[in-house]
Structures are given as C-alpha cells and as structure tokens.
Design a protein around this ligand. Structure first.
Ligand code: IPM
Ligand code: MG
Length: 362
C-alpha cells in the first residue's frame, strides 16, 4: 500500500526520535511491500525561527493533504518569551484543531520488563496496570477565549472553559466504543461538584449509557481520580475526560507505568487521518546528546499503522520488536533501573537500530 506521511520533527529531542521512528517505518515498508512517502512539516519553535509563525497555513495544508501525521515534540525555553498566540505549543493546538482530531487516546500500560521502574509499590503494580485515557482534544479551556484585562488597576487573566453538548457527545461515544472493545468499563471523569461544563458532561454521558447497556459507566471527580490512579490503577479500563483533566491525568498515568518516554498517543477525528505523537515533551536538556528514548515515538508510528492505515500485523511487528529489545535488557537512561546489572544502557540511535534489527515479519 502507498501512504503519505507528514513528519513533524519539531524541537529539542524531536528530530532524533522522529528520525528513528522513520527508519523503523522504512524497514516495515520494505518487509511488507508498502511505500511510505514522507513530507517534512515545520511546526513549533523551529517554525517560529524560520517563518515567524509556529504553524504557517501551508504547513497545516501539508498535514491535511497527508494520510497521517507523525510528530516528535515541540517547544523549549528558547521560546519562553514569545507571546501566547505565537508560542510553539500554539502550533500544536492549531494543528489538532485544524485536523479536527477531537479524540486523543493515551494508553497507560505497564511493560512487564519495566515493572520495577514504576514508582508504585510492587503489590499495587502486580494487580495490573492497563487502561486507556480518552481525552477530548479540541475543546474546553484550551480553546476558549483567553484574555488579560485591567480591572481596578491590576491585570486580570481570563481563560474560558466551554463545552457544547455535541462536543461532549462525540467524545463520549468514543469512550463507550473504546470500552466496548476492551473490558466494558468506562469511567467518566469530571468536576461536577463545581463546574457547569462538568454537569453537562455527566448528563450527556448518562444519556449515552442507555445506548451502551453492555458498558458499565461510572462517574468520578477528577481530584478523586488523581488519587485513585496511584492508589489502585487496576480498577480502570477506559477513562473519558475533558481536555485539561486528560492532559494532567495522562501525565500521572504515564509515570506509574515507569516512564513517560514509553507512551504513544493517537488523535483522531471522524475520518482515518490521525495525528500520532509520544506524550512526552521536547526535553531540551537532553537534546542533541543521542540519549533520548525513541520508543514512545516508535510506538506512536505503530499506532498509526494500526488505527489509520489498517495494518495490524505491521503494528504488531513493531510492538513485538520493542518487547524483544526490552527482554534483552537494552534500556535508554530514562528506563534504566537503579540495580542495572542485568541491563545495558544504550542511546537513541542504538535503541532504534536494535528495534529495527528485531523487526520480523510475523
Ligand atoms: C500534551 C502536551 C500539550 C497539551 C502541550 C504541549 C500544549 O502537554 O500533549 O499533553 O497540553 O496538550
Ligand atoms: Mg500534557
């Protein structure tokens, strides 16, 4: 099959990790007889430097013309002084909105090889960690009106949080459908004891529940959820939540699995074109040192094959290769245990090379 992939290398460690993911995709294409064509897209800090805009329209157009987008990470201290609407992250938000990818899927699953890297007590880890956070991605406080006004002689900053019923319903459906493909348990997370938007959220989720009698719906307040994720993560199957709660909870969820460097994510809208990225940031402190963990991005590429290109065997092939490399004890610094005698420390390029070496057509 022929597929066009837009590659956003981004800032910081982005170019290094995307470079490795591309090599993995090239090898998969050769093994399975596919043709992947790549278009480079500038976004984030590098696009600000080059074009004076974190996502020029023609770059968004290139993404919209592709079959899917693979992204490393954007941002860094260099652009901290840039005003809000021109920040590198704004490019990412405009890309998500421009692509209409309202549903962000972030798995929190522990790799057995990395169980000891979890900061949780072993008895909690042993009960199992395998859940998905379905995060609404193009609404809520991220996309409300942002302004700073002057009141009584002082600046007052306002960020508007709004959700329409239809926005809630479409992400709710993804939550129920996702649960249906797993263990049929959906936990809707909100703050309905305080927020109107959360009360509407809860009402819509319960209306939808009537259409999905095979899925067990529960409600949880976001503060309690933050606590439950570290107390007993085994209780969760699928969590569905609004944009900012999902942002925060997904970082927490990734940490209990050992390393944020391992977690991919997919963002989809109504079609098959998706945006695939690791959930970690651009890690400018380790950029250019060839020590970043490319696995999150490589697994994001696998998700792209599975969810956008309907290539489940090819996706399994990548995931199996990652598993084999971990079995052999190879680790980047972020997943190296303190008692590392049975493990070998490798850099970004070497980790990519090992994964490619282990790609075997199943
Ligand atoms: C994420 C990131 C982004 C977000 C930032 C970079 C804007 O934290 O993908 O979780 O908040 O959505
Ligand atoms: Mg985040």
């Amino acid at each position: 099959m022929k597929r066009d992939i837009a590659l956003i290398r981004g800032d910081g460690i982005g170019p290094e990790i995307v470079g490795q993911a591309k090599l993995v995709l090239d090898r998969v294409a050769a093994l399975y007889g596919h043709e992947f064509n790549y278009t480079d897209v500038d976004m984030g800090g590098n696009a600000i430097d080059k074009w004076g805009d974190p996502l020029p329209q023609e770059m968004l157009d290139k993404c919209l013309a592709s079959d899917s987008v693979l992204l490393g990470a954007v941002g860094g201290p260099k652009w901290n002084g840039v005003p809000g609407p021109m920040r590198p992250e704004k490019g990412l938000l405009r890309l998500r909105a421009g692509m209409g990818v309202y549903s962000n899927n972030r798995p929190a699953k522990i790799w057995p090889q990395l169980a000891s890297a979890s900061p949780l007590k072993q008895e909690i880890v042993d009960k199992g960690i395998d859940f998905i956070i379905v995060r609404e991605l193009i609404g809520g406080i991220y996309f409300g009106k942002h302004e700073t006004v002057t009141e009584n002689g002082e600046p007052v900053a306002i960020d508007e949080l709004r959700y329409s019923e239809s926005e809630i319903r479409r992400i709710g459906r993804i939550g129920f459908e996702t649960a249906r493909k797993r263990n049929h348990k959906l936990c809707s997370v909100e703050k309905s004891n305080v927020l109107d938007s959360s009360r509407l959220w809860k009402k819509v989720m319960h209306e939808l529940a009537e259409e999905y009698p095979d899925v067990e719906l529960s409600d949880m307040l976001v503060d309690n959820c933050a606590m439950q994720i570290v107390k007993d993560p085994s209780q969760f199957d699928v969590i569905v939540t609004e944009n900012m709660f999902g942002d925060i909870l997904s970082d927490e969820a990734s940490m209990i699995t050992g390393s944020i460097g391992m977690i991919p994510s997919s963002s989809l809208g109504d079609g098959t074109r998706g945006l695939y990225e690791p959930i970690h940031g651009s890690a400018p402190d380790i950029a250019g040192k060839d020590i970043a963990n490319p696995i999150g991005t490589i697994l994001a590429a696998a998700m792209m094959l599975r969810f956008s290109f309907d290539m489940p065997q090819e996706a399994d092939c990548i995931e199996n290769a990652v598993s084999k490399v971990l079995d052999s004890g190879y680790r980047t610094g972020d997943i190296l245990p303190t008692d590392a005698h049975h493990c070998s420390l490798v850099g970004c390029t070497e980790m990519g090379r090992l994964i490619i070496e282990n790609l075997k057509k199943g």
